[in-house]
Design a protein around this ligand. Structure first.
Ligand code: NZQ
Ligand code: ZN
Length: 403
């Protein structure tokens, strides 16, 4: 007689959330693909605004390669250079003005997350009316935008394949993320060789950012996310394996390639699909950058283990213990001990990558601004209500103090 298994669902059991995943960026991954650039740009028009940072692309030869493709293609080329790490609203205003005046057809962002984020804000700012900082503070931009093509030079933010942009206003001491459907890059060139020249500090910082994106999505209470969590664990293991290789041998193609693809997949919505909660460490880090202009990935590396220790409790332990086991191979059977070992592994790893792991090491030597930063972190995010473990202003101050 066949045995019938009847699975009863507990009445209160929640299920996987609905989600939409629609990421249409055309990824051109790999080396020697820049001769595809003219055809890509011609889809949008001939008048191109090339946006880049402080000159790394001139030093590593990428600028010349790009310009020679544009010359061959008879593009009308305009340039906006000098985009700062933690890009400023003033640069966005300058770029938007240029796009309007020169009737730009397409923006070509050549750089890391800061250049791409700034280009997205310019793309929207070209059509937004009034004060562009107001456009940012609204946090969602639903209007038109100039089409954006990117050539990524630093594996970190995932901006090359997502709709977000993070802009700083040093006058108001604010650093805010905002985004919209038309910010999604149309095409992104991901050539790992373009990251060979990234120095050890930025390689480690960028990788800490990738890691943080994966962790922020992973530590969430939404049920039924085995696919998302399994992908995140695999990507975290890939980052752990490849950063030391890239630090040791900066032009190891496979290490750079894995980090680059991990950057895009960590924050293109894949590991965050269906996750209903909000991120914690990014809200706290954006205040560090807003007040002290520090490197984003370094701020995250300093905060993350302290945040994990702060939120460790009976309810959060199972997920923290699972992370320790699946990501770091911790075999400890007592969940709380395993969770603590996972936190220590992460700290040791960041130290081994050469990341400064305390606030004083990055020049933040007193607590003067902690209250104001904590207040702003809570006010500009949902960490007090929707986080893995809700955080009050006092929690945030305590985490800053532990750093
Ligand atoms: O300015 P240049 O001269 O290009 O030098 C940059 C910069 O000094 C250098 N660099 C970039 N590519 C290089 C290189 N140096 C040598 N060789 C290369 N190939 O690296 C430095 C840092 O660049 P940056 O673009 O600032 O770094 P990253 O990609 O980490 O971007 C950080 C910004 O992105 C935001 C951060 O808050 C920060 O403002 N984020 C954006 C997100 C998004 N749009 O989805 C999410 C992230 O969580 C993050 O908040
Ligand atoms: Zn980040």
């Amino acid at each position: 007689m066949p045995i019938l298994f009847v699975i009863y669902k507990r009445k209160d059991e929640r299920q996987m959330e609905n989600f939409r995943f629609h990421v249409t960026t055309d990824i051109r991954f790999g080396k020697d693909r820049l001769d595809e650039l003219p055809d890509v740009l011609n889809q949008f028009g001939k008048r191109v605004l090339v946006v880049y940072g402080g000159g790394s692309i001139k030093r590593n030869g990428l600028y010349d390669q790009v310009m020679s493709q544009l010359a061959k293609n008879d593009n009308e080329v305009f340039e906006l250079s000098g985009v700062d790490p933690n890009p400023r609203i003033e640069t966005v205003e300058q770029g938007a003005e240029l796009c309007r005046k020169e009737k730009i057809d397409v923006i070509l962002a050549v750089g890391g997350g800061s250049v791409i984020d700034c280009s997205k804000a310019i793309a929207g700012g070209t059509y937004a009316s009034g004060d562009l900082w107001e456009m940012v503070t609204k946090r969602a931009y639903l209007g038109q935008a100039v089409p954006l093509v990117t050539i990524l030079t630093l594996a970190a933010t995932g901006s090359e394949m997502n709709r977000g942009s993070v802009i700083s206003n040093l006058k108001t001491k604010q650093k805010l993320g905002f985004g919209g459907p038309n910010f999604l890059p149309k095409v992104s060139f991901l050539d790992p060789t373009n990251t060979y020249s990234v120095n050890a500090y930025q390689t480690a910082a960028g990788s800490a950012d990738i890691f943080s994106h994966l962790m922020e999505n992973y530590f969430d209470l939404t049920p039924g996310t085995e696919v998302e969590d399994g992908i995140a664990e695999g990507l975290m293991r890939a980052v752990i394996k490849n950063v030391p290789v890239a630090l040791d041998t900066p032009n190891d193609y496979d290490a750079r390639a894995n980090l680059m693809w991990a950057s895009s997949l960590a924050l293109n919505g894949l590991t965050g699909a269906s996750k209903a909660g909000t991120w914690s460490c990014h809200a706290m880090e954006h205040e560090l950058s807003a007040f002290y202009d520090i490197t984003h990935g370094v701020g995250l590396a300093i905060l993350t283990p302290r945040w994990m220790a702060h939120v460790l409790n009976e309810r959060t332990t199972p997920k923290l213990a699972r992370y320790a086991k699946e990501v770091w191979g911790v075999q400890e059977a007592v969940p709380e001990l395993a969770a603590r070992m996972g936190i220590q592994k992460l700290t040791d790893y960041f130290v081994a990558c050469g990341i400064p792991m305390t606030l004083p090491e990055v020049g933040i030597t007193d607590e003067t601004n902690f209250e104001a930063m904590a207040e702003q972190a809570v006010a500009s995010s949902a960490i007090a209500t929707k986080a893995f473990e809700p955080l009050t202003k006092e929690d945030v101050v305590a985490i800053y103090q532990a750093c």
